[in-house]
Write a protein of this length. Structure first.
Length: 608
């Protein structure tokens, strides 16, 4: 391979996130925090972070969101390689410190103005560059595993071309000698002449040494008597004090010090702090051009390698860190007995989301954090989701605390994870990308708002329809709960009709059971190709359990197609907390607030 060809490859950039580096990427960054708060994306970002030092933010996570199937599959293949070969995860993690150091050098490159510092920094960069290229290539090309992802193969081929290039071979051969030259610069010996009052008036650079000085021996060397004349021979002259033009005040006043400091070819005399600092600073300023002259031959050698650019490795560092965190996260969830599968990504135009065994990843994470040693497979209820021609708009009803919000949130989180290029919390998944996810979950009324709670809800709903397209996902959770049931039902019907007309995939989780009774009205009488279906959060009723109180129900947390139950089972939740007439009466009796002989059955008879 000739030098010209290899140099072209040295300057190529590569990304493990984006197949075509530098092209305009299609991603969705939320305009506000509603979606990330509604789906609690911070939990996912925290789980994907490799450590506390390098935490992913929600905004960073969403900057990777893409609706391009080729980009999603590009990332999924890399994740798949890491899951199949966990030793690659460990090896990549072990080389992160080198990549991180190289990244730090790239960030600060060009900030120093001294030739010496530039040369030292460039030498360190080239040394790290060689180590990174060789180590990363060794990881990706190990014959014991067969990595198949396009991203890893592309990176492996690039590293191979670099290693085989003439300039890289030359760098590998010549760098050790260049390092030896710098490693020999450990200290300098400076001779300082004093006047009759022992004030410094002249300094000379005596030598550049390979050994560092230590305090006491250095002082002994300076003040040692009977020194040979050669010990005072310098290799370069420094500045001298010009007594003809600069005079000291007897009290070394600040004005005097400033006057001398402004003199460009002078040292400050005296023993106060400002004088010592000025002397030290001047010495360093004088040493700089001398040392730079000494390293000029080395700089010329380094300049030969200017076409080597380590920037592509520095750009890879956060990407590799993300993939390591993601792969470890997936393996951790799998170790808890839960499924994480590689989704099949189909075209955006199909508008499908067919999932088997879906569960809410945030719920799993929270349960794991509360009980780290518990196997979760028997504790997490999974469901199915089928957005497609048979139904793209779900009206989801069921009892309070029956899993409606958890199910709705699970759909949004799974969609996001798929479009970040991650495995998803399910046993099987076939997903069309969406262009955006719009959510409308309950929020507290803003004290400074003059819209009122219904006004705030309506405003947010209006914003959704100002942005959403037929390729969007809309998640509504207990929307319109701020007004009467009659008014809420009227507005909800209007919203469902608009969703159907638009053609989006949508979930409308609601206590408005009657809304699900209008399926014929939506599907036969209203335009649009997104069919509306009814889902219900299941319960075992009192009759199912052989109990007499028909308000008691056990939640199954299974979401299934079916007609609405017509009952939110709110009274059984209230009863658990003592909110029923008989329990409240008993509480009042216990507190001696009512007659102890009061018979509540009489109230029942009167009510009848």
């Amino acid at each position: 391979m000739d030098t010209h060809t290899s140099n072209e490859h040295l300057n190529d950039h590569i990304s493990l996130f984006w197949p075509d580096f530098g092209s305009t990427q299609n991603y969705y960054a939320p305009e506000d925090d509603n979606m990330s708060e509604d789906l609690d994306l911070q939990e996912l970002a925290k789980a994907l972070s490799l450590d506390n030092k390098y935490k992913f933010s929600v905004s960073t996570l969403m900057s990777m969101f893409t609706d391009d199937p080729s980009i999603i599959n590009y990332r999924l293949e890399i994740i798949d390689d890491l899951i199949k070969f966990p030793e690659v995860i460990n090896e990549l993690e072990n080389m992160l410190p080198i990549l991180s150091e190289l990244s730090d050098i790239s960030i600060t490159k060009g900030m120093e103005d001294a030739q010496l510092l530039k040369a030292v920094r460039r030498l360190g960069e080239l040394d790290l560059y060689i180590k990174c290229v060789q180590q990363l290539y060794s990881i990706l090309s190990d014959p014991k595993r067969k990595l198949s992802s396009k991203g890893f193969i592309k990176l492996q081929n690039k590293l191979k071309r670099i290693i085989e290039s003439t300039i890289f071979r030359s760098l590998s051969e010549r760098l050790p000698n260049l390092r030896v030259n710098f490693e020999g610069l450990s200290s300098v010996t400076v001779g300082i002449n004093l006047d009759a009052q022992l004030r410094p008036v002249e300094a000379t650079l005596l030598s550049i040494n390979k050994q560092s000085f230590k305090g006491e021996p250095f002082l002994e060397k300076i003040f040692k008597k009977n020194k040979s004349k050669d010990e005072f021979s310098g290799i370069a002259d420094l500045h001298s004090l010009d007594d003809a033009t600069v005079h000291w005040d007897t009290n070394n006043s600040p004005a005097s010090a400033l006057k001398i400091l402004s003199h460009k070819n002078s040292y400050l005399k005296g023993k106060d702090t400002i004088n010592s600092m000025a002397l030290t600073q001047t010495l360093f300023n004088d040493l700089k051009p001398i040392l730079e002259n000494i390293i000029k031959p080395i700089s010329s050698e380094i300049a030969y390698f200017t076409k080597i650019n380590s920037g592509f490795l520095a750009c890879l560092e956060p990407e590799i860190r993300y993939y390591i965190g993601a792969a470890k996260f997936i393996r951790r969830i799998q170790a808890l007995g839960l499924s994480m599968c590689k989704p099949e990504i189909v075209s955006k135009e199909e508008r499908i989301f067919n999932i088997e065994g879906i569960y809410n990843i945030n719920l799993a994470l929270k349960m794991h954090f509360r009980q780290p040693l518990v196997y979760l497979s028997s504790m997490i209820v999974t469901n199915e989701v089928n957005f497609g021609k048979t139904g793209r708009i779900f009206i989801l009803t069921g009892p309070n605390r029956g899993g409606k919000t958890t199910y709705t949130q699970a759909i949004g989180l799974t969609q996001i994870m798929a479009q970040l290029g991650l495995f998803v919390p399910a046993t099987k998944a076939k997903i069309s990308p969406v262009d955006m996810i719009c959510t409308h979950f309950p929020v507290e009324e803003k004290p400074d708002s003059n819209l009122g709670r219904l006004g705030e809800e309506s405003k947010r709903l209006s914003e959704i329809f100002n942005r959403a397209t037929r390729y969007s996902l809309v998640l509504l959770n207990e929307s319109l709960s701020s007004t009467s049931a009659g008014e809420s039902l009227y507005i909800a019907k209007e919203i469902v009709c608009a969703l159907k007309l638009l053609g989006v995939r949508a979930v409308f989780a609601t206590h408005l059971h009657d809304l699900a009774l209008y399926l014929d009205f939506f599907n036969k009488d209203k335009p649009g190709d997104s069919k509306v279906i009814s889902l219900v959060s299941g319960v075992y009723s009192a009759d199912d359990l052989g109990l007499s109180n028909n308000e008691i129900a056990i939640r199954t947390y299974k979401i299934v197609p079916g007609p609405p139950l017509g009952n939110s089972y709110a009274r059984d939740i209230a009863s658990r907390y003592g909110i029923s007439f008989d329990k409240l009466v008993q509480t009042l009796k216990d507190r001696n607030q009512v007659d102890q002989n009061l018979d509540i059955k009489l109230y029942g008879k009167k009510n009848k």
